[in-house]
Write a protein that binds this ligand. Structure first.
Ligand code: COA
Length: 153
């Protein structure tokens, strides 16, 4: 039986340890299979959480665990603001139960109140989560390109 789906709440600094545990678990498994440790995940999440304009929302799970979270930051633009969604994940055993959608809708409500005009994110093309973002109204930009250059080796 599925666990009850609750309402998202603001992520506090004290939640970062539990979020890092979840993040390391989710992104260490396919399709990501990235070698995250608790420490490296915590460092990344702490960084975004402490950034100017940082906004995080989490879905409480059972027994003090975190079922899912999102984290990003507001940034000033010409008119109003933009929101850069930096990380989002839902516990593997809770995916497909509407938690990600609830988290994202909760975020949008907050962003509208902060005069945010658009939300953007960068991710791999063709990942399974693309269908999730498209279902929420995101479109892969035809006009914009994401450039990166590796510096090691
Ligand atoms: C992507 C993710 C955040 C979505 O959260 P979720 O709670 O599983 O999504 P929901 O249950 O709210 O699903 C909403 C819709 O998206 C679709 N969807 C969600 N994940 C999907 C996936 N992996 N593949 C295809 N469709 C997916 C659902 O089928 C659902 O469609 P419906 O409304 O037509 O039924 C979550 O699956 C996750 O953490 N995945 C692994 C980490 C990841 O890829 N994060 C994003 C990196 S940028």
């Amino acid at each position: 039986m599925n666990e009850p789906v609750r309402q998202p709440r603001a992520m506090d600094r004290g939640d970062l340890e539990a979020c890092a545990t979840l993040f390391a678990q989710v992104f260490s498994t396919p399709p990501w299979s990235e070698p995250w440790t608790h420490e490296s995940a915590l460092a990344r999440l702490e960084h975004f959480h402490a950034s100017p304009g940082g906004v995080g929302l989490l879905m409480p799970g059972e027994g003090g665990a975190v079922a899912g979270f999102l984290l990003g930051h507001l940034e000033p633009y010409l008119e109003g603001k933009l929101f850069y969604l930096r990380e989002m994940c839902v516990a593997s055993h809770r995916q497909g139960q509407g938690i990600g959608s609830r988290l994202y809708r909760g975020l949008e409500k907050q962003l509208v109140a902060h005069d945010v005009r658009a939300v953007y994110l960068a991710t791999d093309r063709g990942i399974p989560a693309a269908a999730f973002y498209q279902g929420l109204g995101f479109r892969c930009s035809e006009g914009m390109a994401f450039y990166a250059k590796g510096l090691m080796g």
